[in-house]
Every structure is written in structure tokens, then in C-alpha cells.
Ligand binder design. Structure first.
Ligand code: ZN
Length: 410
């Protein structure tokens, strides 16, 4: 099976390469903003037309037209201009789709790209215009030549599709390389009592508690760093707007944010890899993070925990490692059910951390019990599933949930 994989590597451009990268950022932004201005004007002109025929049929200028008008656009790699146009078209189409209700979300009219904010440009592989030397850690890109980078991963550079060059808020340069890789075909996971299944119950305090009562060793770095962040933020606001000192203070603040984000990412990467190495199936609750954050007034700490990011990585990695991630239905009462006898304690509140089952008498620790129930849920799901492909998140309907209740002798 062929999949796309992205490798993000840090670039170390020399002076002239750095200038070319900055110039490419500028040209991409120029094309995007100019074409957006064009579309905006035409939209304003025709948006109230009875049928928007004129709006749909308008022929916009292409990047070729712009290159004739502004010769300096020819100095950068031409596919980057093309990609800027494609990005704009997508944003513009999304806007219309959301207007007509074709897409669920609400898209805004595309906004102009600001200088110095999320600077990037994208190039596509064409006639071997991108090459890599993994021994000397150099990557060859059009208009830049060989650029030094730091990273130790290797892949077949013949299968590079595109590269996005970007600059972080801390002024570091990165290349995000999209590569097609071939992975072994997925085999359907069959139920067997030997399957290693782990149920994870999300926890505010401990990230999660699994069916054995274990939690990852997680330090809430974001929270610990809050005080320092607040201090750095004050330093920024104290300095005069537009001054060199303010810029310096802002950079310090950005670096602190970056450090926190990196350590969180590192934690999630290592944890998701380890879990999938040790298990065949991971069962998690499907949660609506926003409603939890709102209802518990703990928005900050839920976001710190980066649960959503963790679940995404688990799912992505399960697809390439032939493992299975199962999301339990959000109405599945993982905490209320006694995992020993199946009794459902409807009176259990969020405050109750431990309880005794009135039917079988088992003393239950809330989180661990939930982990057990999730594990059982996953086992049943595999046993009774019809044709779900491993690697695909599966959700159980209420009917299947009641079936689960009846099959506790498993
Ligand atoms: Zn019980």
C-alpha cells in the first residue's frame, strides 16, 4: 500500500540561500495576495447578482500573467507560484462550499497573508529537481542548490512529491518533505485471546489511566512554564511597539513557546510508539474536547494534555504498523459500568473516584475500571466486527453496546 509521509527537517541555509528563501516567501505571498485582491473585487462586484453567472465565468489572471507584469517573479522557482495559486483556489472554493452548505464547517473569505506571519512556500518534484545526500546531510532544491540540514532519517528521495519550506517564529528554517512510501498491506486483525489490548481512560490529572491502573510519566510542562511565560509576556508588553528591544523580547517569548511545544511533541511521539509496540489494539474514548473543556472550566489543562494530538498520532501510526485503534462511542459509559459483573451505576458522579459495586461487591477505582471497560469494549468490537479494516477508527452503535453488556462472560 502506498501512503504519503512527511519528514520535517531543519535547514541551515548559507547567506545567499537564506536570501533566496526569503525572496521565495515574498513572491508566494505576493501571488497569493494579488490573486486574492482580484477575486475579492470581482466578488464584491457580482455577489448580489441574481444568478452569479458573471462571477463564475470570470477569467482571473494566472501566475504567468503576473510574471509578465512583474519580471522579478521569474527569479524564484516557478512551481512555488503555481502552488500559491492552488492554495488560494482551495481557500476560495472552501469559502463557497461553506456558503452553499456543501461543507459542514464555516469558512471565512480568504484572508491576506501578512509579512512575517507563517512564512512558507511550496515546490513540487519535477524532473529530479530535488535530490538528497543522506551521508553529507545535504538537500538540493531548485534555485537554492545544496542546502545543509540536520536529521538522521532516510527514505527513497526518488519518491519525494513536494517540499514546503517554512520559517518558525524563532527564525529557524525547515523543509517539510512529502514522500510516497510503500508499506505492507493491511491484514485483517482476527480475534484471539492472545491479542494484546489496552484500554486508556483519559484523565485530567494523569493524562490517562490504563486497564492496569498505570499512567504515563507526564509532567505538565506547559503549566510549569506558565509563570515564566507570563513573565516573558510582561517583558514584551513593557517595551515600546516597533522597537528593537520589543523584537528581542518577543523572540525570547517565542522560543519559550517553541520549547514547550517541542517537549510535548516529543512526549506524544515516544508514548504513541511505545504503546503500539507493546499492544495490538488500543481502545480509547471518543471525546468532544470542547464540551469537556467548557463544562469543567478546565480548558487550559485539557489543552495542556494535548489529548487530541495524541489520539491523532496513535491513529496515524497504527495505520502503518498494522495495529488497531478503536474509539468507543461517546455515549459508552466506561466509568459507570462495573467491569467485573456489568452492573451500571447510573448515580456515579464525576466526583466519585472509587465505589463498591452493589451487585458483586468489587471495590472499583474509577479510572482503572474505565480502562478495563474500554479494553473489553475493544475485544468485543473485534470479535463481533463484520468487515472493519484494522487501522480505521471504528465506532460502536448503541445496539452493539447493549450486545456488549450481554457478553461479559468473554
Ligand atoms: Zn460488579
Amino acid at each position: 500500500m502506498i501512503i504519503n509521509k512527511a519528514y520535517k527537517i531543519r535547514l541551515y541555509p548559507n547567506k545567499s540561500q537564506l536570501n533566496m528563501i526569503e525572496q521565495s516567501f515574498g513572491c508566494s505571498r505576493f501571488i497569493y495576495n494579488s490573486m486574492l485582491a482580484e477575486r475579492k473585487a470581482i466578488y464584491e462586484l457580482h455577489k448580489d447578482d441574481e444568478n452569479r453567472q458573471a462571477l463564475w465565468e470570470h477569467k482571473y489572471k494566472t501566475e504567468k500573467d503576473y510574471k509578465q507584469e512583474f519580471a522579478w517573479l521569474k527569479e524564484v522557482e516557478s512551481s512555488s507560484l503555481q502552488q500559491a495559486r492552488i492554495d488560494l483556489s482551495r481557500a476560495y472554493t472552501n469559502f463557497f462550499n461553506s456558503l452553499s452548505g456543501k461543507s459542514k464547517g464555516k469558512s471565512q473569505f480568504p484572508k491576506f497573508h501578512k509579512k512575517g506571519v507563517k512564512e512558507s512556500y511550496r515546490i513540487v518534484m519535477n524532473n529530479n529537481n530535488i535530490k538528497m545526500n543522506f551521508d553529507s546531510h545535504k538537500i538540493k532544491m531548485p534555485k537554492l542548490g545544496w542546502v545543509n540540514y540536520r536529521d538522521n532519517r532516510q527514505f527513497d528521495s526518488n519518491y519525494i512529491k513536494q517540499i514546503t519550506v517554512s520559517k518558525s517564529k524563532t527564525n529557524k528554517y525547515f523543509a517539510s518533505i512529502l514522500v510516497q512510501i510503500d508499506i505492507p498491506d493491511i491484514v485483517k486483525l482476527e480475534y484471539s485471546p492472545e491479542l494484546m489490548v489496552k484500554g486508556l481512560d483519559m484523565s485530567m490529572e494523569k493524562f490517562y489511566v490504563d486497564n492496569n491502573g498505570d499512567s504515563p510519566d507526564y509532567i505538565r510542562r506547559y503549566r510549569e512554564a506558565q509563570k515564566h511565560l507570563a513573565y516573558l509576556q510582561r517583558q514584551v508588553s513593557k517595551k515600546q511597539k516597533g522597537s528593537v528591544n520589543r523584537k528581542k523580547a518577543q523572540l525570547k517569548l517565542n522560543k519559550c513557546y517553541e520549547k514547550i511545544a517541542n517537549s510535548r511533541k516529543d512526549f506524544i511521539e515516544k508514548l504513541s510508539t511505545r504503546l503500539l509496540n507493546e499492544n495490538d489494539v488500543i481502545v480509547i474514548e471518543s471525546l468532544n474536547m470542547q464540551s469537556i473543556a467548557q463544562s469543567l472550566h478546565l480548558g487550559k489543562s485539557v489543552n495542556d494534555l494535548a489529548w487530541g494530538m495524541f489520539v491523532n498520532r496513535l491513529q496515524q501510526k497504527s495505520e502503518v504498523t498494522n495495529k488497531l485503534v478503536i474509539k468507543a462511542d461517546k455515549f459508552f459509559a466506561s466509568s459507570q459500568i462495573c467491569h467485573v459483573c456489568g452492573y451500571k451505576n447510573k448515580d456515579l458522579t464525576l466526583k466519585d473516584r472509587e465505589w463498591d459495586c452493589p451487585i458483586c461487591g468489587t471495590h472499583l477505582l474509577r479510572d482503572e475500571n474505565a480502562g478495563q471497560n474500554l479494553k473489553q469494549f475493544g475485544l468485543n468490537k473485534i470479535k463481533y466486527s463484520r468487515s472493519e479494516r484494522p487501522g480505521e477508527p471504528v465506532e460502536m452503535s448503541s445496539a452493539e453496546e447493549s450486545m456488549k453488556q450481554e457478553s461479559y462472560d468473554l
